[in-house]
Design a protein around this ligand. Structure first.
Ligand SMILES: NC(=O)c1ccc[n+]([C@@H]2O[C@H](COP(=O)([O-])OP(=O)(O)OC[C@H]3O[C@@H](n4cnc5c(N)ncnc54)[C@H](OP(=O)(O)O)[C@@H]3O)[C@@H](O)[C@H]2O)c1
Length: 293
């Protein structure tokens, strides 16, 4: 079984970005990202911190704007409007989930599509659906990059995605089925309304699990020699660890390791690629907004 290391691929992405970042710096442009965090969700705080750390390590600019849980939808919309106008931010990211009194769609719709480095704005998702992607959601984009790095061509293959969120499953289904190099797959989406998922996934050459249920996918879902992309990042209790939890995927990796051809580990698989694609999208936003490309 081959481990598809997102950590390794992300390093490759950062190496490739160095020249582009240098070109921007010569024109006094530092790619900048505004990260908006509302509330105290512990997992969100960890994600936001690791994004900020990565930007700092590449000498890029990022600023995290932390707002209290009680922030109103109107206040958050006003902040987004301000960030849209502020030229030091080429990208704007609103960390999800938002508190339940705020309508996430209203907030994401307000971000300028040109600064929507998460690729969640309907204009960007719509462009992807039409086969003319601009900003593509970081996690699905990162998965395509892992497949490309390891020479896994999806053309003609059967891909089954479990999960249909706008963040992962839906854009993943669009990307894998595009008539483009490395994609061109026959894609099926499963979700909580799908009957007998193992019957469907057992036909798949590539399974992409983006469910949010710890270790749901075991050997009964997989055909011999399949490639498995485990998107899941689930915190499960682990009292023996200092922090009290561990991260596991949506796949029971132990149970399938002798059956699959390749798998992305958790951690170190899809996670690092999500951040790498955020950096790449922010660099691209800076290039576009400053008319370099
Ligand atoms: N590695 C990364 O960088 C990264 C990035 C984003 C997300 N993630 C992880 O990926 C996972 C999915 O994230 P998400 O944002 O897409 O989650 P989400 O919005 O909760 O969507 C989950 C999807 O899975 C489906 N589902 C839930 N339970 C199911 C079941 N028992 N059988 C079949 N389908 C089921 C849901 O169906 P319905 O549509 O019917 O509800 C939904 O479409 C989470 O573990 C998340 O932490 C990781």
């Amino acid at each position: 079984m081959k481990l598809l290391s997102g950590k390794e691929v992300s390093q490759h992405v950062y190496n490739l970005l160095t020249d582009r970042i240098e070109t921007l710096k010569k024109k006094n442009i530092i790619p900048g990202l505004a990260v908006v965090l509302v509330g105290e969700d512990p997992a969100s705080k960890v994600y936001v911190r690791s994004k900020a750390k990565r930007f700092a390590s590449l000498n890029l600019f990022s600023e995290t704007l932390v707002l209290p849980e009680t922030t109103s939808e109107g206040e958050l919309l006003d902040l987004i409007k301000r960030l849209n106008k502020d030229s030091k931010y080429h990208g704007i990211l609103v960390q999800l989930p938002l508190p339940s009194h705020i309508n996430t769609d209203h907030i994401l719709d307000e971000i300028l599509p040109e600064k929507d480095v998460d690729g969640f704005h309907p204009v960007n998702l719509g462009k992807l659906a039409q086969g003319r992607p601009q900003f593509v959601a970081c996690t699905p984009k990162g998965i395509m990059r892992i497949l490309d790095y390891y020479d896994i061509d999806l053309s003609g293959k059967s891909v089954v995605i479990i999960g249909r969120s706008n963040i992962v499953g839906r854009p993943m289904s669009l990307l894998t089925s595009l008539k483009t190099q490395g994609a061109n797959a026959t894609t099926t989406i499963c979700h909580s309304g799908t009957k007998n998922i193992p019957e469907i996934t057992k036909m798949a050459d590539v399974i992409i699990a983006a469910i949010g249920v710890p270790e749901l996918i075991d050997e009964s879902y997989i055909k011999e020699g399949a490639i498995v992309i485990d998107v899941g990042m689930n915190r499960v209790d682990s009292p023996e660890r200092e922090r009290g939890y561990k991260l596991v995927g949506d796949v029971n990796q132990k149970s399938i390791e002798n059956k699959v051809a390749a798998i992305t580990p958790v951690p170190g698989g899809v996670g690092p690629m999500t951040i790498a694609m955020l950096v790449e999208n922010t660099v691209e936003a800076a290039e576009r907004l400053s008319k370099i490309i």
